[in-house]
Design a protein around this ligand. Structure first.
Ligand code: GDP
Ligand code: MG
Length: 225
């Protein structure tokens, strides 16, 4: 999926009001620390160092934005939000970060979709459930929502099927996909879905922000490799 590979670092901000206004669809990646978020972003974009800024767990509490778009024309933005639930972070830092994240999820204009990364061996934790509650009103208004179950290579086929069906019940209508960076499982599927979020077909409901002109059907990038 060539589109994801166009990802370029755009900017970083410790506070919401320092983020630039974005006029293209923005897709946020969230999840517990160690869920596999950086690895997922790096795998989708095929850029090993892209999500490096958030590598040190809980330390780099910044929102990092990456631009996407062919021929240098930005048509979407990925937002990498720091992981939550890291035990070694002080309580005041946790509270501060929670506030930034909640404010971002509730009020960021142009936010089109959220990808929640989750280690299927843990399942959705209390913190993930709290996040789901925070975004529920926006999801009901059309915000896209995907749960990516990471590290699928750690599970047997039967375990994958089981956790998929349980998580689908918990996702309340949102999509759930299995993913393995190691085995390259689910990579094309997730990339395809994010493309569709950022390029809604004519007549589809708007999903926040100003949607760009829809791409012609021939540009819908059928799955390759
Ligand atoms: N086996 C396996 N390990 C993974 C996968 N994705 C991430 N990991 C490992 O899980 C740990 C946390 O990953 P990372 O991307 O840093 O998580 P983050 O804190 O959510 O950004 C690292 O040791 C990764 O190598 C995967 O698909 N398969
Ligand atoms: Mg990370």
């Amino acid at each position: 999926m060539g589109w994801m590979h166009t990802a370029k670092f755009l900017t970083t901000a410790a506070q919401l009001h320092h983020l630039p206004p974005i006029t293209v669809p923005e897709i946020a990646f969230v999840g517990r620390s160690n869920a596999g978020k950086s690895t997922c972003i790096n795998t989708l974009t095929q850029q090993k160092q892209l999500a490096f800024a958030s590598k040190k767990p809980g330390r780099t509490q910044h929102i990092n934005l990456f631009s996407l778009g062919k021929q240098g024309v930005m048509d979407a933005v990925l937002a990498d939000l720091p992981g939550y639930g890291y035990a070694a972070v002080s309580r005041s830092d946790k509270v501060r970060w929670q506030q930034v994240m909640v404010n971002y999820l509730v009020s960021r204009p142009g936010l089109t979709g959220i990808v929640l990364l989750c280690d299927p061996r843990l399942g959705l934790t209390e913190l993930d459930e709290a996040l789901l509650e925070v975004v529920r009103p926006r999801v009901e208004e059309g915000l896209k929502f995907l749960i990516v179950l990471t590290k699928a290579d750690k599970l047997t086929r039967a375990e994958q099927a089981k956790v998929l069906s349980i998580t689908r019940l918990q996702a309340g209508g949102g999509e759930v996909k299995m993913f393995s960076a190691l085995k390259k499982q689910g990579v094309d599927e997730v990339a395809q879905l994010l493309w569709q979020w950022a390029h809604p077909l004519p007549g589809a409901e708007p999903a926040g922000g100003d949607a760009p002109a829809p791409a012609p059907a021939s540009d819908q990038e059928p799955e390759k490799d």
